[in-house]
Design a protein around this ligand. Structure first.
Ligand code: TXA
Ligand code: MG
Length: 316
């Protein structure tokens, strides 16, 4: 490890021990972190990102042992998932211990736990004797940040420190799975595919549908949304209907006469996920009136990408 990294990690650790909020890199998206066991520190997170209090936070741990200190009951399925996929883009919902303040879980008796795989954040967690509550580091409802620059643009003047870990390698938020019942249930599609999970624990229920009173507000109809209108469907038809003042977010095809970002020239869904949010931000910031976009193949990470595109396009 370079000494440069050591000193920025130490700086982040000091601020977090003081109860401050710090942006941290993860493999999925950047998080806005604070001491998960300190209710005042956690309150800061909600205020910084204008997040409604009914929306619970994910608690990030540095080890499976730390997860065990936060939950009464780690089911066999949950333990298999931890052993297989942690550190990684999987959040596991379990019953919580009293030590976690109510504000973290919005009063629920369950908590979402995740061990992220970014090396800087794993080092940071190893230096702290508490876990980190962290939502994505964006204003509530907007596109999640996949670089330190994204965080700085929107929250830079509201937080004391951003731990810069480069661009996020997965690019969409973690998959959330509820393991408190006999049959595990996916609450949010994300950076770990359903197929990979089912290989390890067998069939799961998928409950990642939109609702207006959601169990996971990542499930709100409109979320991860650009400011301008995003229209989703067949690009040729949308071009026909909406004229030329548009930019195009395509999966692999190029549109030479238009402002166009392709998610993956080679049709790789991992690359597409990695590029998705940065592309949405770029097109949101350009001069065209609308964004038109298309679905990607609906398997593997494609399901999470399509979920985010749908929510970005939702008109309430
Ligand atoms: O990849 C990620 O998960 C990123 C990085 C920073 O770890 N975090 C993230 O957090 O996406 P956030 O707050 O933007 O989304 C967390 C989602 C929320 O929609 C919340 O409702 C759900 O997790 N959640 C948290 N605790 C829960 C619980 N106990 N039961 C059900 N859903 C929960
Ligand atoms: Mg979020």
């Amino acid at each position: 490890m370079k000494s440069g990294n050591e000193s920025v990690i130490a700086q982040a650790a000091t601020l977090l021990r003081e109860g401050k909020t710090v942006a941290i890199p993860t493999e999925t998206v950047y998080g806005l972190a604070a001491n998960a066991l300190n209710a005042d520190a956690v309150l800061n997170i909600f205020e910084t990102k204008n997040r409604p209090h009914f929306d619970p936070l994910i608690v990030h741990v540095g080890s499976i042992a730390q997860a065990q200190s936060l939950s009464h009951e780690i089911s066999v399925a949950a333990r298999k998932l931890m052993d297989t996929f942690w550190p990684g883009p999987l959040t596991i919902v379990l019953t919580k211990k009293e030590i976690i303040p109510h504000i973290v879980t919005s009063g629920m008796d369950t908590v979402g736990l995740r061990m992220p795989s970014h090396p800087l954040t794993l080092d940071l967690l190893a230096q702290l004797d508490f876990p980190l509550a962290a939502p994505s580091a964006n204003p509530f409802g907007y596109i999640s940040p996949t670089s330190a620059a994204h965080v700085a643009e929107q929250l830079g003047d509201r937080i004391p420190f951003i731990l810069d870990g480069g661009e996020c390698l997965v690019g969409v938020e973690s998959t959330i799975i509820d393991c408190t019942n006999k049959i595990s249930r996916i609450l949010r599609l994300g950076g770990l595919s359903v197929e990979a999970i089912e290989e390890v624990i067998g069939p799961v229920e998928i409950n990642a549908v939109s609702s207006s009173s959601p169990q996971a507000p990542g499930m709100l109809h409109s979320h991860y949304a650009p400011r301008k209108e995003l229209l989703l469907g067949n690009i040729h038809e949308l071009l026909h209907d909406h004229g030329s003042d548009v930019s195009i977010l395509s999966f692999r095809d190029s549109y030479h006469n238009y402002r166009n970002i392709r998610l993956s020239e080679s049709g790789d869904l991992h690359e597409a996920a990695r590029n998705l949010f940065a592309a949405m931000r770029k097109l949101d910031a350009d001069s065209h009136a609308k964004i038109i976009a298309e679905y990607v193949p609906d398997y593997g990470l494609g399901r999470a990408i399509n979920d985010r595109l749908k929510r970005a396009s939702y008109k309430g």
